[in-house]
Design a binder for this molecule. Sequence first.
Ligand code: S3P
Length: 447
Amino acid sequence: MSGHGTPIPMTARAGNPLKGIADVPGDKSISHRSLILGALSVGETRVTGLLEGEDVLDTAEAMRAFGATVERQDGTWIVHGVGVGGFAEPSDVIDCGNSGTGVRLIMGTMATSPVTATFTGDASLRGRPMGRVTDPLSLFGTRAYGRQGGRLPMTIVGAKDPVPVRYVLPVPSAQVKSAILLAGLNAPGETVVIEKEATRDHTERMLAGFGATVRVEDAAEGRVITLTGQPELRAQTIVVPRDPSSAAFPVCAGIIVPGSDVLVPNIGLNPTRAGLFTTLREMGADLSYENQREEGGEPVADLRARFSGSLKGIEVPPERAASMIDEYPILSVVAAFAEGPTVMRGVKELRVKESDRIDAMAQALRAAGVEVEEGPDWWIVHGRGADGVQGGVTAESRLDHRIAMSCLILGLASRQAMQVDDGSPIATSFPIFETLMRNLGADLVRA
Ligand code: S3P
């Protein structure tokens, strides 16, 4: 269970250039899926490079509650699964902490087994919409009883005789897509999910890797993913790649802190995740891909980010949004140091993340002296140039790791220090953030 007990105020201020190598932790999305698919497999799944952040540890605990064995031995995570349809009924409430990915994927995974489970989370997660997952799950025969507005705590009664479904995603969401595919595992026949915009494709890729039959076709109606139900998943050995969404923080810091030169090795550049890096290069950032290669069928590179004193604001193509959905908060920070406006459209999903990320960043940036305009699904940051951001305020992190980290990076390049009221949520996705940034030379302290 994730605790957000005592707030940890943190302060970041300008100082030395950032120099050195930033080894960021494992990918959060792939870490959740490794544990869940391991728990559904027969045999022993071994996972190295797992992100040991609170979100993923909550998913590990949940898999134990459903009957899998999950242990850590010398840095390797070992999962003994129960097989598709083999979930036991948990004897207590499942607490997914801060993790929307955790709770939505796990709800989907149990939705077609004859078990009942009650889910909750922290104040942030209890405020997030679950109807987007429980609506399609009801088509399998699953029932959900939550608070008004489809909020947690919520009890899910798994379907005893699930039927396969065909579902067109109404929102671009990998979490919803994945919940349906995971539910489809224990339904007979073919479950089909259609997405109009491609979202991260880790679930499809990993299901195939664990031995399921998954077909992906590009059709006029969108990307059509067809899963054949009731496979026997075979245990795997998984090396979790490093997280591009975590890499974003040292990369962007390197770009906006004068004199910096930062190397972030081994970052996956799967096109469904790499939109930020394309955007930064379009803004004129000195960001290069070194040692480009393929690992496990995915493009990988070492990212090298150097201080870029003449960034230009751009219009980010809306169709790129899904491939950088978690990176808009840190992009808005880089945009503050560019010349001219950066326009971000087609991003209403940002309003239902761990916090309303448009509102959270707009308030922090305005307080720091940056003009921001916003609407329901768009926002514009009016850049103030390389040395133009005042800073000097305390931002609210709102139980949102990416808001906390973004506001601290802002402080590393603004004229006066930035404080966040609570840095504790950073531990959900990037527990070594403080040490890693300090090792690069950042003036980042708890105070
Ligand atoms: C995730 C999907 C994204 C992202 C989240 C992780 C996943 O959410 O914001 O941090 O692992 O599937 P969407 O459901 O909006 O795609």
